[in-house]
Write a new protein. Structure first.
Length: 89
């Protein structure tokens, strides 16, 4: 939730918002509530173990905001995932 509140100043300014996370917020309900108030879709990249539970939270957050979700269990490919999200490919 704190990261979303920090990013709120960029909401609605025509830029992409990308959240890179392990998907384990301190308060999932508060984070989803905060995300639902965003005008800008939030693109989510999951960084963690292949079967990590945080994936589901980030999928929900992306869906709630109209963003996309990328599952990237290996940080070595994060640049490719970010380019895909930012370029819309």
């Amino acid at each position: 939730e704190l990261a979303l509140n920090f990013a709120r100043v960029a909401d609605g300014l025509g830029i992409k918002l990308v959240l890179i996370s392990d998907g384990l917020p301190n308060d999932p309900g508060a984070a989803l509530t905060a995300a639902s108030t965003f005008e800008t879709p939030i693109e989510c990249i999951y960084i963690g173990s292949e079967n990590g539970t945080g994936q589901h939270f980030l999928q929900d957050l992306a869906l709630k905001t109209g963003g996309s979700f990328a599952n990237n269990a290996e940080t070595a490919n994060i640049q490719d995932e970010i380019e895909t999200l930012l370029l819309g490919g």
